[in-house]
Design a protein around this ligand. Structure first.
Ligand code: NDP
Length: 484
């Protein structure tokens, strides 16, 4: 029987998600006090489709005065929202969760258009998980005394929340759901390149009847975030983003009474032992680094393969990346979508150049890339070592740095030799190895024989330069409460 060469002969027909029912405005205003209002700054910026580099809409750019207005609205709403019967608070949050489910297709399509991620991922991961976060925290709203017995939990006040562009709606849900479940009100800023689903969420929140001012969504760039951080009447800053900006925020709020949680960057180690199920591990490597174009804080961007199986794993990996489809985010066949912005593509290209200059051996899949938009083929770097820049710094793209190891002690030392401490993966059939690594790896989350699994019940966060505090689960609830 002749062997079918999937790489060469298998061609998928296009399966483009229809956008005919998607309604996007030409211009989006700020969501303050339950209404869409024009920015006092009178300024707007463009949001771009990264797969085509065409403008989708214009978005209001909030300045200090707009932020002040949003914080005042949140403060006013806090008076009644924090005193509302917690059961009633829960009902509103359940309603938001159900409405996200009802409109999930619309959210998924907009997320892919605005951010470049494959529709399969926004449809199957981002949006369902966002709804699940609202469901999960809705359930806790009237059970805070059971969550923290004898501690008399009380809400904090107004939370300023700043999120990145890699999981726009999901990050908004991570932030808003626990905050309002605990009786706080919020001022949230999405990232400049991906504001649309947060603004769609604002429309949904308006439809849900949530009291005005409980959730305020203000758009803009770094200065808008900075205005939130520096506002005097904010009780807590919840930030997810880069380590560099996290450090700036920490400096700005030191000496103030503001509480903070900082979810920052990462450089996850994905470790393959010789006794692992190799084919399964190869799929795990693909998921760990190429999920969401590698724009993932906990991406397994450093691969450690035990020397005895490294040739096999690398051969299989090269084969597998040649089957990955890079292209239109709205095509259901697409595995790797568009790089989120031209700026991020420049950063990735810069690191690829550095990797080559420092002597790394590059292997890129020979896939065809669309003519317009921002694209990067799946990229492997072999023959790198701990001192290489691409092994130490977060690239935030589909670029994997591969090293080998011989012993468990060696891999623990190498995996921990990074300024970050967010995530790791371990592939082995031995439970004893898994337990040793979960104890000795300096990472907030360690996955065993899987990667990139998320659940609202499970706390997530990092050590070292990956941040402070946890989101998700009871830990996520605790950071929005004070105890008397
Ligand atoms: P940035 O730190 O550049 O931006 C994050 C958010 O902060 C954006 O909304 C940004 O606005 C805003 N911002 C920028 N400058 C300031 C400032 N001086 N003061 C206040 N806010 C500011 O990160 P990216 O958006 O590039 O996101 C990628 C980073 O996020 C990666 O390092 C990744 O690892 C990390 N991340 C961490 C996660 C975790 O849970 N640990 C999860 C997801 C991502 P704007 O974009 O509009 O300029």
């Amino acid at each position: 029987m002749s062997k079918i060469n999937i790489n060469k002969n298998w061609k998928y027909d296009e399966a483009i998600e229809s956008t005919s029912h998607i309604k996007l405005k030409d211009k989006y205003e700020l969501f303050i006090g339950g209404e869409f209002v024009k920015p006092l700054s009178k300024k707007y910026f463009k949001t771009i489709n990264p797969a085509t580099n065409e403008c989708i809409s214009k978005i209001a750019q909030a300045n200090d005065k707009d932020i002040d207005k949003a914080v005042k609205s949140a403060r006013k709403a806090f008076e009644s929202w924090s005193k509302l019967d917690p059961k009633e608070r829960g009902k509103y949050i359940f309603r938001i969760a159900r409405m996200i489910q009802e409109r999930s297709k619309e959210f998924a399509i907009i997320e892919s258009i605005d951010g470049g991620k494959p529709i399969r991922e926004s449809r199957d991961i981002d949006i369902p998980l966002a709804a699940n976060h609202f469901f999960y925290y809705a359930g806790w709203a009237d059970k805070l005394e059971y969550a923290f017995p004898n501690k008399n939990p009380k809400s904090l006040g107004v939370a300023g929340q700043i999120i990145p562009w890699n999981f726009p709606l999901l990050m908004a849900a991570w932030k808003i759901a626990p905050a309002i479940a605990c009786g706080n009100t919020v001022v949230l800023k999405p990232a400049e390149t991906t504001s649309l689903t947060a603004l769609k969420l604002a429309e949904l929140i308006q439809d849900s009847g949530l009291p005005n001012g409980v959730v305020n969504i203000v758009t803009g760039a770094g200065e808008t975030g900075s205005a939130i951080v520096n506002h005097q009447d904010i009780n807590k800053i919840a930030f997810t983003g880069s380590t560099a900006v996290g450090k700036l925020i920490q400096k700005s709020i030191s000496g103030t009474k503001k509480k903070s949680t900082l979810e920052l960057g990462g450089k996850g180690a994905n470790i393959i032992f010789e006794d692992a199920a190799i084919d399964q591990a190869v799929e795990g490597i693909i998921n760990a680094i190429f999920f969401n174009q590698g724009h993932v804080c906990c991406a397994g961007s450093r691969l450690f393969v035990q020397e005895s199986v490294s040739d096999t794993v690398i051969d299989k990996l090269k084969d597998r990346i040649s089957t990955l489809i890079v292209g239109d985010p709205l095509d259901k066949n697409t595995d790797i979508g568009a790089i989120n912005s031209a700026e991020q593509l420049k950063t990735i290209d810069k690191y690829i150049k550095i990797g080559k200059e420092e002597g790394g051996e590059i292997y890129q899949a020979k896939c065809s890339l669309p003519k317009k938009g921002n694209w990067c083929p799946p990229t492997l770097f072999l023959n790198v070592s701990q001192s290489h820049t691409i092994v130490q710094e977060e690239i935030f793209g589909p670029v994997l740095a591969i090293q080998t190891f011989r012993t468990i002690d060696e891999v623990i030392e190498k995996a921990n030799n990074t300024p970050f401490g967010l995530s790791a993966g371990v592939w082995t059939e031995k439970g004893s190895k898994i337990f040793r690594l979960t104890k000795e790896l300096n990472a907030g989350v360690v996955w065993a024989n899987t990667y990139n699994k998320f659940d609202p019940c499970s706390p997530f966060g990092g050590f070292k330069e990956s941040g402070m505090g946890r989101e998700g689960g009871l830990h996520g609830l605790k950071s929005y409460l004070k105890f008397e």
